[in-house]
Write a protein that binds this ligand. Structure first.
Ligand SMILES: [Ca+2]
Ligand SMILES: [Ca+2]
Ligand SMILES: [Ca+2]
Ligand SMILES: [Ca+2]
Length: 729
């Protein structure tokens, strides 16, 4: 690589003892460390967020699947005359909008109706036996994970997690991965670094260890101990070798750990990539850096290998973050420790280094280690980032692109940095904060967090499989950036980290056909789903499982197939999960809920009589077997009459003289009762003669009079639906 002048200035001074290893952050990452907001401010921002509301969209279409085997009824290729027939059956005008792939048709309603009404209409058409399936064309919402953490979204926020788009070509594409997993609490991720600050946004910590032997470096007053808390790594001028500059404390380990596992949706700071995994803090870097001897003990201990003098690590790490390094080939001591840790199943991920050089630092260049270079927001390799043949992948590290000079175009001094956790203390620790840093140190935990998500979905993945999947899921470097220059071929790794794609090749994708159903008691309920295995693999197992929290146990038939069934109990909401597992042992799940609902029952109402011009008050009564709240409504009311939602029918100044049929319903959450009807007789008191009453019947339905039908013609589509539904039973 050819560097513009001054680019190498990003390298930290490493003039002192070669045995010292330095955290690989660019000098400007320290200078750019910025206090973003206090904890109190973060709380206030979260508390002021309004609650989300979900609008109910009207239903304009039905998806209808003709019955393939019942000859003589609707044709497979649904024609307009079939639509007319369905219209007649539904008592609602339906027109064919278009044919859908898979044999279904989209039928348009003459006017929009509510979801409940559409479900009632669908049920009515289903009952005719003319169609195989019919359902409302519901408006689905993207079930994307949108963390409420204030530092996440406010531009530039955690741009380094976002999907690529616009000027952000470098984001790690994490949110879609969160739809599959936020990480498993059983995955232990070691951060071998400066230790960790207790931080409100970093809670899932495992018992760690402080491996720093030298009291000069440790800055905590002693040698090795069981407290991996970071006391600060500040240094005075000359403290780290002749002429070394003064340094403030970096809180480097806290920043790295925050990228992996800062808490999500707690209204504080940002979020980690794998917020539900656990961090194993291993302290090996302090003032001036850290010795190889301490770091390799930390690597072995993190992997579960006993280290003399330290308690056994009961939570061996599956992934080890090494945001540290120094120039030179991988030493024998490092390779030996790496080999031992890999033999225990650990996956080691290390920073390539910040010298802006064509050589990968150790331990990133050790055999078997995933070596991470860094890119800026525009996807160009960062000016400070090392590249070389050992590089595995590139991840967002912030700062300036080498060729693109992101910082020169649109940013006054620098491209946006990586947002994570920190501390306000310049030397000794003070208060929690968020901070911005750049470096291959910041890129590395993006890869580690992604691997933690992959292992959460499939704990049996090996290091070789993880490496291969990460590489195959990487996005290609954009043309015109550093890594597509011919002279850099093979030096930047497989491409840009893409967590979404990495998780997609790890986990099967499970679909449940009806994620929420409403059924009647004692009916056979079908739970059906399907799953697609990642490329080259196959689904070997399906499992339907009822939630332990269900009101009562149900017996699932064919629970180990994609399509199970059970008989609905009398009432309640029942949750189920379909889990599909592929031949690599990766599994994914999707839930379904079934609500058992009984329709409301109406109490018959006797014929009512009143004088012309008089006032009628009738309280209608209905009960719901499962106790749902009821709303009363009527399909036809005489002019001047009203029916309250609680069932009080009021008619003042009743007119004209004669018999009026009133058709009424009670609705619970999921549908309406069968129609009830009664007659109101308005008497002409001056003539003292009554018109003969029309038929009067209650909750079990029954035929309506001609007068009732005429009134229904003037009613809404809904009224037609309800009317017809009552008749068809
Ligand atoms: Ca100590
Ligand atoms: Ca300590
Ligand atoms: Ca948070
Ligand atoms: Ca009910």
């Amino acid at each position: 690589m050819v560097f513009p002048s001054g680019r190498q200035a990003a390298q930290i001074a490493v003039s002192s003892a070669a045995a010292l290893l330095f955290a690989t952050y660019a000098i400007h990452s320290l200078a750019d460390t910025t206090v973003l907001h206090s904890k109190a401010g973060a709380h206030a921002a979260a508390a002021s967020q309004p609650a989300a509301t979900v609008p109910q969209w009207p239903i304009e279409r039905l998806i209808v699947t003709p019955h393939p085997t019942r000859g003589g009824k609707l044709s497979l290729q649904l024609q307009q005359n079939d639509a007319s027939r369905l219209s007649a059956l539904a008592n609602a005008p339906l027109t064919v909008e278009r044919k859908l792939a898979g044999g279904s048709h989209l039928l348009k309603l003459a006017q929009p109706i509510t979801v409940d009404e559409a479900r009632a209409l669908a049920a009515q058409l289903q009952q005719t036996g003319e169609v195989q399936a019919v359902e409302p064309d519901l408006l689905m919402q993207a079930q994307s994970v949108m963390p409420n953490d204030p530092g996440y979204a406010t531009w530039p926020g955690q741009w380094h997690y976002q999907p690529p788009g616009g000027i952000n070509r470098g984001g790690a594409d994490v949110p879609a991965a969160w739809e599959l997993t936020l990480g498993s609490g059983t995955v232990s991720v070691a951060v071998i670094d400066t230790g960790i600050r207790p931080h409100a946004d970093l809670q899932r910590l495992l018992p760690g260890y402080d491996f720093i032997s030298s009291t000069t470096i440790s800055n905590d007053g002693n040698g090795r101990d069981t407290d991996a808390t970071d006391p600060g790594d500040y240094a005075a001028v000359g403290a780290c070798g002749s002429g070394s500059p003064a340094r403030n404390s970096s809180w480097h380990g806290t920043h790295v750990a925050g990228t992996i596992a800062a808490l999500m949706n707690n209204g504080l700071y940002g979020t980690g990539i794998a917020p539900n995994v656990r961090i194993l803090p291993v302290r090996a870097l302090g003032r001036c850096g850290g010795y190889t001897s301490d770091i390799i003990d930390g690597i072995r201990w993190a992997a579960g290998i006993d280290v003399p003098g330290a308690p056994r690590n009961l939570n061996p790490a599956r992934v080890i973050n090494l945001s540290l390094g120094s120039a030179g080939r991988c030493s024998a001591a490092f390779q030996s420790a790496v080999n031992d840790a890999m033999a225990r199943g650990a996956i080691l991920v290390a920073a390539a280094g910040n010298a802006g050089a064509n050589s990968v630092y150790q331990p990133a260049n050790c055999s078997g280690v995933i070596a991470v270079t860094a890119h800026a927001i525009d996807g160009d390799n960062a000016d400070y980032a090392n590249i070389g043949a050992e590089t595995t992948i590139s991840a967002p590290g912030g700062g300036c692109g080498t060729l693109s000079m992101t910082c020169a175009s649109g940013y006054t001094t620098d491209g946006p940095l990586v947002y994570s956790l920190g501390n306000t203390g310049a030397t000794r620790p003070q208060a929690d904060n968020a901070s911005l840093k750049s470096g291959t140190s910041m890129a590395t935990p993006h890869v580690v967090g992604t691997i933690a998500l992959m292992l959460s979905v499939n704990p049996s993945l090996t290091r070789a499989e993880v490496t291969s999947l990460l590489r195959s899921a990487a996005r290609p470097f954009a043309p015109g950036t550093t890594c597509t220059l011919p002279e850099n071929a093979g030096l930047c790794g497989a491409g840009l980290l893409d967590a979404r794609a990495a998780l997609q090749v790890v986990a099967p994708v499970v679909q449940v056909t009806a994620a929420s159903q409403v059924v009647a008691p004692s009916t056979t309920v079908n739970l059906s789903g399907s799953a697609e295995a990642p490329m080259g693999r196959r689904i070997v197992r399906y499992q339907w499982q009822a939630a332990a929290s269900n009101l009562k146990p149900v017996t699932l038939l064919n629970a180990t197939s994609a399509n199970a069934s059970f008989v609905a109990p009398s009432t309640g909401v029942y949750a189920f999960t379909l889990t599909a597992t592929d031949d690599l042992g990766a599994s994914a799940s999707m839930g379904a809920t079934v609500r058992v609902n009984s329709v409301p029952l109406l109490q018959p109402v006797a014929t009512q009589q009143l004088a012309f011009g008089g006032t009628l008050n009738v309280q209608l009564h209905a009960t719901d077997p499962d106790g749902d709240p009821l709303v009363y409504h009527a399909a036809n009311l005489p002019v001047g009459a009203s029916l309250s939602p609680t069932g009080l029918l009021n008619w003042r100044s009743a007119a004209p003289v004669g018999g009026q049929n009133i058709v009424w319903y009670a609705s619970d959450n999921d549908g309406s009762s069968l129609p009830g009807q009664f007659t109101v007789q308005v008497m002409d008191v001056t003539r003292s003669s009554a018109v003969a009453p029309a038929s009067s019947s209650g909750g079990s339905g029954g035929g309506g009079s001609m007068a009732g039908d005429l009134m229904l013609l003037a009613g809404s589509v809904l009224a037609l639906v309800r009317r017809q539904r009552g008749r068809s039973r």
